[in-house]
Design a protein. Structure first.
Length: 437
């Protein structure tokens, strides 16, 4: 007999409410169906609303907030959080307070209030960690690693690695699973691709059938595409697994993977289209997908398409160190395509310093590839541009990023030849001068 059935048999209303809240959270977390969680919780609240001022009522409201947040009903979700947090404070329910802070941060992130959200997420995570609320600490860490994907990838990777170590120490495979997806994307940006490959090979079983494996297949598809392989099987598997998931982000993950696959295959119009779809389906995908759509437009020489993508990203309200660098990189590319070469070169010099300081080696190599692709030949032969190109060539070779490396070699070779010609020409003139004396 389950906990809920047992509580109903003895007629313990508080226990019934607590069991329903726990059941709804489990349904949302493991089946990826927040809407189904809300369907469970709505009649429960109608039945147990009189328990609002009790711990069980607080947890019912917390579950409702989570369900509506996952269903992208941010305003409704925020209303539930703001309703139960004062009660949790009065009842001294420290775990519920930590839950509320983390939940509020997650909701505000979806409402484009990123800086406020980050403060709440960090505070909630710190509180949960200090008091030892493992489930809430885990939830906070997951959200912090998610935000780090477009803020501080190096910090996100460190958080994920620490989380995997915690999971190993407490022998929790469920904890470890939540560290894989966001950690992989952070590591791709940092440039630790062999770690990503090993991690995904470890966590994706041959008979993977649960919906929450969807993101793992997407991450592996992206890495495969970036290394010049065929990602179609992993994308297809992810599409199959997500059919039972109502959380829209998993559809966005699939579009995002298809965008990378198209970009690395040279299909720039399709790459832009898939990137735009990812952001359109789930708004918080703008920081990951819009820069990709913009890069595809730039590589196709389409300044208007890149302007549209960067305006969509700026208008989304998402902020973070990496996304600010993304926007600056795109704008430098737009200047290059529009013929403002000096402005573009100055912009690239600034963003390359920024990417280096952020420790995001792959993003830096991509920016160099943009620069080599879009700058006129005259600007590309400068010594610092050639140094950056050689660094990017070495980095892409280390990563095994064959499609990007091939593109860099293709567009950089003419400039390198011109640079060599520039060095040879004075010698030829000197020889000619000597012959005339």
């Amino acid at each position: 007999m389950g906990r809920l059935e047992a509580a109903r048999e003895v007629g313990d209303r508080s226990a019934i409410a607590a069991a329903i809240a726990n059941h709804a959270r489990t349904v949302q977390a493991w089946l990826g169906t927040p809407q189904r969680a809300v369907e469970i919780l709505d009649p429960a609240w109608a039945e147990f609303a009189d328990l609002e001022q009790t711990p069980e009522g607080v947890w019912l409201m917390a579950a409702l907030a989570a369900g509506h947040s996952g269903s992208m009903n941010a305003d409704v979700a925020l209303g539930w959080v703001d309703r139960y947090l004062p009660i949790a404070e009065r009842l001294d329910l420290m775990e519920a307070i930590a839950t509320g802070l983390i939940s509020r941060g997650q909701i505000l992130m979806k409402m484009n209030r990123a800086r406020e959200a980050l403060v709440l997420l960090r505070g909630g995570h710190q509180l949960a960690s200090a008091i030892g609320f493992r489930e809430r600490e885990q939830a906070g860490r997951v959200l912090l690693t998610f935000y780090a994907q477009w803020n501080d990838g190096a910090e996100g990777l460190a958080l994920a690695r620490e989380g995997l170590a915690i999971a190993h120490r407490i022998s929790s495979r469920s904890y470890g699973a939540t560290m894989v997806g966001n950690g992989s994307i952070c590591a791709i940006r940092v440039g630790d691709w062999d770690w990503v490959q090993a991690l995904l090979d470890e966590w994706i079983p041959p008979d993977a059938s649960f919906a929450w494996y969807t993101e793992f297949f997407i991450d592996r598809a992206v890495l495969t595409a970036l290394r010049g392989g065929d990602p179609s099987a992993d994308i297809a598997k992810a599409g199959q697994l997500r059919k039972e998931i109502t959380d829209s982000q998993f559809e966005s993950y699939e579009h995002w993977a298809r965008s990378w696959a198209a970009l690395t295959a040279g299909s720039y119009a399709d790459a832009r289209h898939q990137g735009e779809l990812a952001a359109a389906v789930t708004s918080f995908f703008h920081p990951l997908a819009s820069p990709l759509a913009a890069r595809a437009a730039l590589w196709a020489g389409d300044a208007d398409g890149a302007i549209s993508a960067v305006e969509a990203l700026a208008g989304s309200g998402y902020r973070g160190a990496a996304v600010e660098l993304d926007m600056a990189t795109i704008r430098a590319g737009i200047a290059a395509v529009q013929g403002r070469a000096a402005e573009a070169l100055a912009g690239y010099r600034d963003v390359l310093k920024g990417w280096r300081q952020a420790g995001l080696a792959f993003d830096e190599a991509l920016a160099v590839t943009d620069m080599a692709t879009l700058l006129p030949r005259k600007e590309r032969v400068s010594a610092d541009v050639q140094t950056a190109i050689e660094w990017a060539r070495d980095t892409l070779q280390r990563l095994g990023a064959k499609p990007i490396l091939d593109r860099l070699d293709t567009v950089a070779e003419p400039a390198r030849s011109a640079s060599q010609d520039a060095r040879v020409e004075p010698a030829r003139k000197d020889v000619a001068a000597r012959s005339l004396t």
